[in-house]
Design a protein around this ligand. Sequence first.
Ligand SMILES: Cc1cc2nc3c(=O)[nH]c(=O)nc-3n(C[C@H](O)[C@H](O)[C@H](O)COP(=O)(O)O)c2cc1C
Length: 349
Amino acid sequence: MKLCFAPMDGITTCPTRMITKEIFEKKGKKSDCLQVWTEFMNIDGFLINPQKVCKHLLTNEGEKPILQIFGGNEDTLLQGIREIDQHFSSFFSGIELNTWCPSNSVMKVWGGSDMMRDKVKTLKIIQHLSESLENLPFSLKSRAGLNENDKDQQLAFLCEASQFCTMISIHGRTLKQGYQGDADWDFIQKVKKNLKNPQCLVIGNGGITTYDEACEKSEQYGFDGVMIGQGAIGNPWIFCGEESALQEKKEGILRHLDLSIAFEQYFQEFIEERSDFRNFFCIPGDFREEQIRKNLKNPSFEAHAVIEFRKFLFQYVKGIPGSKEWKVKVLSLTNYGEVRDEVQRFFEW
Ligand SMILES: Cc1cc2nc3c(=O)[nH]c(=O)nc-3n(C[C@H](O)[C@H](O)[C@H](O)COP(=O)(O)O)c2cc1C
């Protein structure tokens, strides 16, 4: 089964992808594979002020995530993806356009879900983007339409779009639904059955919270892959089909924390040392044990990284007796060493 770790802004960062992959390599089933995505990146930001968005592009050697972008301007989308395709394709396994995002900041630049409002125009953009790529395959992330009434048009749009895509990931909820209600998996299946390009892979997404549910959906609908988002936050074991033992959970949290702190340090030092944005982009590669240890020795950007890490930490411990009280205590900490000690202590009793 092809398992997909859904692109999530603020979540699918390089350290999070690293811990997820490490656990999958150790405990995942040999018959499964795991595809990862970057967080989405504003293509206009990349062209205008790359320092601000380049963190979203960083990869670890060999991981090859799919790079997801958003934007609503055809010219800058074309310019940006050509740049990526020509100079940095070796770091990614594909480039993907987001027509999914419901957030106002993305939709106000005619990106994300707003692209579904003018499907004719968006199809042309998709065609031009796909045709402009020489190295990377092009894919699309979308959803079941703007609302119930839009589903037929959205079905036709996605089937047409398949001619220009190697893969389409579909979240089975409409924009109007947000995260409420069930995902419409029958809609995703209709897309799969009516593709203009039968070679285009279809990935189903929406509401999966366990590995067994992913297997059921995969078998029931025969998709090319199943994508999990929120169910994987603070639960990288979801892709392995096993519950984590408490000891294992503790080790996973500490490793994820270490990676997050070391990565922040590495990234900030890198930015301070370099001015050419092309070099920012080229950070991928040697983020190895030695580097991690070196960065953890004297972390100077820890407060930011510790605060960012809370969203994972609190998901990791959710449901464990005593975690509610413990969370309150940890909320006041911004020091890496103190948080590490608290995690150790929490799992000791
Ligand atoms: C915090 C958060 C950030 C997200 N960011 C992105 C994103 O950058 N790009 C994207 O295509 N989808 C994004 N999504 C949507 C997920 O990829 C996924 O489609 C959605 O969460 C539904 O899947 P789930 O029910 O398994 O969570 C985000 C979702 C969440 C919860």
